[in-house]
Unconditional design. Structure first.
Ligand code: 13P
Ligand code: SF4
Length: 343
């Protein structure tokens, strides 16, 4: 019988308990025992199917704990997931993230089957711009290279000179050695990059629907309530939020900060699951609100992952007419050394 995609209705049997008990410790700070009994049958079955189908599960830091810490083989930010997709020997990649991440995985490794457990897992940034918009911008700024955030469709990437993520945006812009670039589609990430480089930046009006909701007032209130709190923010946030943060970086950079510096109290100004996942890894650290939910990331659930592995669908395909050009833009990005990244 194929799993129901919306409901957690597989039985928690003694066999399931025995196969999964060692995993509970990984999520004990964020998942109750009652929740675990709902998740464990799915985790056990997903693990079996991963072995049977030679599948690898890649999960973004914004995935919920039971996915991120119990079924993921590789966790990471957009850049590291793209690199992992390029390198994997598995036959099947299950992307626990959003559509542009699955599409990027397919671009990087077209021979593999790439599954996205819910095709409706989109992104407001990817929705904000079309290939025709990029062509119009090029016509307006002749000869100016286009740097595109990976949070875009393959069709947009195909109109691009080079992609970037929040982990390497400044390094990618500077790697071009030009005085001016068109940087798409995130207006706030573009403003952040502009503040870190002398390269002139032309941008677009796209925003992340999660990060644009944070305000500087929230951070000031937080600092008043919790003196000494360390505030880490994602560069998709508005400029006044970033101006009030102690550290700005990609999701992996924020994780690195917490790992190395171990602040006693921290606010992660980003998607809620990020702090939720760190609670399990660093129970001694106090993670404070605010955080906002990404409705697209939340579409990925254990039943949908199981169903994707059972049915080998939905699969991601990229139109061959654009795949070559889009891949080139992503490959040019991965060729820029990550250790040069300054965002
Ligand atoms: P990174 O994980 O690359 O920092 O990106 C954040 C994001 O919003 C992905 O959707
Ligand atoms: Fe897109 Fe923002 Fe969600 Fe990331 S958090 S997938 S940028 S909407």
């Amino acid at each position: 019988m194929i799993a129901t995609p919306e409901r957690l209705d597989l039985p928690y049997t003694p066999d399931v308990a025995a196969a999964t008990e060692h995993l509970y410790a990984r999520v004990a700070h964020s998942v109750t025992r009652a929740e675990w009994e709902l998740y464990a049958p799915y985790i056990a079955r997903i693990e079996e199917l991963k072995r049977e189908k030679n599948a690898v599960v890649l999960a973004h830091h914004y995935q919920t704990a039971e996915i991120y810490r119990c079924v993921a083989d590789i966790i990471g930010d957009s850049l590291s997931l793209a690199q992992a997709a390029e390198k994997t020997d598995a036959d099947v990649i299950v992307m626990c993230g959003v559509h542009f991440m699955a599409e990027t995985a397919k671009l990087m490794n077209p021979e593999k089957i790439v599954l996205l457990p819910d095709l409706a897992a989109g992104c407001s940034l990817a929705e904000s711009i079309t290939a025709a918009d990029v062509r119009a911008l090029r016509a307006e700024h002749p000869g100016v290279p286009v740097v595109t955030y990976v949070n875009t469709s393959a069709a947009v990437k195909a109109e691009t000179d080079v992609c970037c993520t929040s982990a390497n945006a400044v390094a990618v812009v500077e790697s071009l050695g030009v005085p001016k670039v068109i940087f798409l589609p995130d207006e706030y990430l573009a403003a952040y990059v502009a503040s870190k480089t002398n390269v002139e930046i032309v941008t677009w009006k796209g925003h992340c629907e999660v990060h644009e909701r944070f305000t500087a007032t929230e951070i000031l209130d937080l600092r008043e309530m919790h003196p000494g709190i360390v505030v880490l923010a994602h560069p998709e946030c508005p400029p006044d939020v970033l101006a009030n943060a102690d550290f700005v970086g990609s999701t992996t950079a924020m994780l690195g900060y917490v790992k190395e510096r171990r602040p006693a109290r921290v606010a992660m100004i980003t998607e809620c699951s990020m702090a939720g996942n760190l609670v399990d890894a660093f129970p001694e650290i106090e993670f404070m609100q605010p955080c906002n939910l990404c409705p697209h990331m939340r579409r990925i659930t254990l039943p949908k992952i199981l169903r994707a592995l059972e049915t080998m669908s939905p699969q991601i395909e990229v139109d061959p007419a654009i795949a070559g050009r889009a891949r080139l833009a992503v490959e040019r990005m991965t060729a820029v050394r990550r250790d040069l990244a300054s965002v």
